[in-house]
Design a protein around this ligand. Structure first.
Ligand code: SER
Length: 309
């Protein structure tokens, strides 16, 4: 049976990929505060400020919402510029959705966490599912706070909230304020033919995944019975690891002309506090899931979507 699925922050980095996937079998109500004419036309995007709990509740009641995917968020690098505003936005949008969902038609909530919850104490060479976390960014702090709330609601059976800690996501959407954005920006720069100024040093290793794998795993996580879910806060997930230098070389080996100047800025410190490799055995086991895109397939697919070939 078709479900009514509300997506908040739908015009951001992840939203449109979730809309397309979820709309295959469901009624999707896509919302954001950024409602460009193009997205309104393409996805029937509606205005909804997830900071307004009353309005969120009105949407839930009006559309008899069964599930919510909440993507309203300010990413890691941008959040450092407005720490309090970012903490407030990232946590309050989530808390409002939680509050508005209590005693409503909503049966499940999906919420994206991030590798930003980790820190130097997490054994960054290979980060296991359950480790010490002391994030140095406000973005990481907001994600970790919400993870604690998720754990609380799940273990007390108050709501069913499901979550994944995403690494850098590689897609053809415009990046916006993340520390892992070089992965998309380099591809973007092939098109513009501009020299790319990379904010990270050439050998910074970070975990990444293709957006389709991120969407598939999330939708799968939302579809399994609760009893299959062994993690009450948020699942580790990953697909491959790369560095800015390796990514640049892969692009050049594919025949593109990309010039990169490495000028590490404040984002280097953030990246240095994030995992180099993730242990995601638990999600692979619980969902019987594995990524379909390796490094090369990811690069080829995103380049194709940019119509560069
Ligand atoms: N891609 C995100 C960022 O760089 C990490 O969750 O902020």
């Amino acid at each position: 049976m078709k479900k009514n699925i509300l997506i908040t922050g739908a015009s951001g980095q992840l939203g449109q990929f979730f809309i397309e996937k979820l709309a295959e079998n469901n009624n999707v109500i896509s919302t954001d505060i950024n409602v460009s004419r193009e997205l309104v036309k393409k996805y029937d995007l509606k205005f909804l400020d997830a900071l307004n709990e009353t309005k969120v509740r009105k949407f839930i009641d009006k559309y008899h919402v069964d599930e919510i995917y909440n993507f309203a968020s300010i990413l890691s690098a941008k959040a450092e510029k407005y720490p309090l505003k970012s903490f407030q936005l990232n946590t309050n949008c989530f808390l409002n959705i939680v509050k508005a969902s209590i005693s409503s038609s909503v049966k499940k909530i999906f919420w994206p966490s991030s590798i930003a919850v980790f820190s130097k104490e997490s054994n960054l060479g290979y980060v296991k599912q359950d480790v010490i976390k002391n994030p140095i960014t406000i973005y990481g702090a907001s994600k970790l706070s919400c993870e604690k709330v998720i754990n609380y609601f799940n273990i007390n059976g108050l709501l069913d909230i499901r979550s994944i800690r995403f690494p850098g996501i590689v897609s053809s959407s415009t990046p916006g304020g993340g520390t892992t954005d070089f992965i998309v920006e380099m591809i973007n720069n092939i098109k513009s033919k501009k020299k790319y100024i990379c904010p990270l040093s050439p050998n910074t290793i970070l975990p990444m995944m293709h957006v389709n794998d991120a969407v598939d795993a999330s939708v799968k996580l939302m579809s399994v019975p609760r009893k299959n879910i062994k993690i009450n806060d948020s699942y580790n997930i990953s697909s491959f690891e790369t560095t800015p230098n390796e990514w640049k070389n892969l692009i050049c080996e594919m025949g593109y002309n990309l010039e990169v100047d490495f000028q590490p800025d404040f984002r280097q410190k953030i990246a240095d506090s994030w995992p180099r490799k993730i242990d995601d055995k638990q999600i692979r086991k619980d969902l019987n899931w594995k990524p379909k895109f390796n490094k090369i397939k990811t690069l080829k697919s995103v380049i194709e979507n940019y119509n560069l070939t």
